[in-house]
Design a protein around this ligand. Structure first.
Ligand SMILES: *Cc1c(COP(=O)(O)O)cnc(C)c1O
Length: 411
């Protein structure tokens, strides 16, 4: 008899976005003539830039001839991409990495979800709340999260980020073995300054904590004192793993490519107290369970580091951030309390009159035919908030704000 991994049974049956889709479909059935505008799911809408498309075409053509055909690639990624990453994303910030510290992957979801394979099941885990659901769910699968009681996992150290602390998580007053941080943050769109992040690095060094730093939205940072990489902070090479993704940077949600940095100095202990390099352990895991990212995707990623690629990617990011500005200003004019949208393509908005997230979601769906993501879907501290994404089309964004205005004024 095969026994199931029962930890999976503790997970809620539906992924947040499946619940939303179900409610939106119910609305569409009863309102077949209404066009719904979705500012809910965090997917990009603009096409790949020409530099990327050219590189992909070229890579496809290479696959068509025997002389340039590529089969299995190196599990850690091709050198051309790892070198471009180091040269463009790190060296200009004074961060020195060796190519062996870069692991190219098929997107940051895989690695942020899989990374917990390489630490023991009984580590204590902390995360900011609300947060990208992958971190918690992947720990539930390992049995690290305990049980779900009133929307909270009993064994997770939640670090609330709310209006009350201006979305800056408090440093724990006890030791936590593994801490997940995501900045710029999904869902709140907020950031940590260099000084605020330094406190986390110092905490990690002092407590022998492993920091898992998700920088998927790094390209959206506009303010100067917000770090693009945790390795801008001294000492982070000893305690932090960092995740990057081309999904939001360059519209690769369908292409699939990202990378993870594991410096050689990051170690974890055995029960006997021996220190082990996590770079080596992750390499061992990946070479067993992962066969590399497609050559075509890696050539596509390389192209965003060319001068044309950089300019074209920037243009799309500016377009989304232009959307964010319109949304921010529009909602603030209606009296909403809005966070984020300055260094991230997300707006985190307080529901009026302390309405519950899901209730407000339904009200706005039925009142304005605009879809948001209920804040509580990202964790208990998200209750009373909703998330809007700026990844939409400009005209849709404008119409959505107008609809919300008409709806608020008709109430
Ligand atoms: C979108 C996102 C990712 C990664 O997405 P991939 O498409 O798998 O690269 C990772 N972390 C956060 C916080 C995200 O929002």
């Amino acid at each position: 008899m095969a026994l199931v991994n029962e930890h999976y049974l503790k997970l809620s049956n539906n992924y947040l976005f499946a619940d939303i889709a179900k409610k939106v479909n119910a609305f569409k059935v009863s309102h077949p003539k209404t066009r719904v505008i979705s500012l809910g799911i965090g997917d990009v809408t603009q096409p790949l830039c020409p530099a990327v498309i050219d590189a992909m075409h070229k890579a496809v053509d290479e696959m068509a001839s025997k002389a340039s055909f590529r089969g299995y690639g190196p599990e850690r990624g091709y050198d051309f991409l790892r070198e471009a990453i180091i040269k463009n994303d790190f060296a200009p910030r004074g961060i020195h990495l060796d190519p062996s510290e870069v692991f190219v992957n098929d997107g940051a979801k895989s690695d942020t979800g899989n990374i917990s394979d390489i630490v023991r099941w009984d580590n204590s885990v902390g995360m900011t709340d609300p947060i990208y659901p992958v971190y918690i769910d992947s720990n539930v699968m390992w049995g690290r999260a305990g049980i779900l009681e009133n929307g909270k996992w009993s064994a997770i150290n939640y670090m609330p980020c709310t209006e009350a602390n201006n979305f800056v998580p408090e440093i724990p007053d006890h030791r936590v073995d593994v801490v997940y941080l995501c900045y710029p943050n999904n869902p709140t769109g907020t950031t940590l300054t260099k000084d605020q992040l330094r406190k986390w690095v110092n905490y990690a060094l002092k407590n022998d904590t492993l920091l898992l730093y998700d920088a998927a939205y790094e390209a959206y940072i506009t303010e100067d004192d917000v770090p693009h990489s945790i390795y801008e902070i001294k000492g982070a090479r000893k305690c932090a793993i960092e995740f990057h993704s081309y999904s939001k940077t360059a519209g690769f949600t369908g292409v699939r490519c990202g990378y993870t940095i594991i410096p050689k100095d990051v170690t974890a202990a055995t029960l006997q107290g021996e220190r082990v390099e996590l770079n080596h352990i992750w390499d061992r895991r990946q070479s067993t369970k992962f066969n590399g990212t497609s050559y075509i995707s890696q050539r596509a990623a390389e192209a965003i580091y060319t001068p044309e690629g950089k300019a074209q990617v920037r243009e799309t990011i500016d377009y989304y951030m232009g959307n964010a500005k319109i949304m921010r200003e529009g909602l603030e004019a209606l009296g909403f309390k809005v966070y984020g949208g300055v260094n991230a393509p997300y707006l985190w908005v307080k529901t009026p009159n302390g309405e519950e997230s899901w209730k407000f979601f339904e009200q706005m769906l039925y009142g304005a035919a605009v879809v948001c993501t209920p804040g509580v879907g990202f964790g208990p501290s998200g209750e009373g908030y909703f998330r809007l994404t700026a990844f939409g089309d400009r005209n849709d964004i404008k119409e959505a704000i107008q609809r919300i205005k008409d709806w608020m004024q008709s109430k």
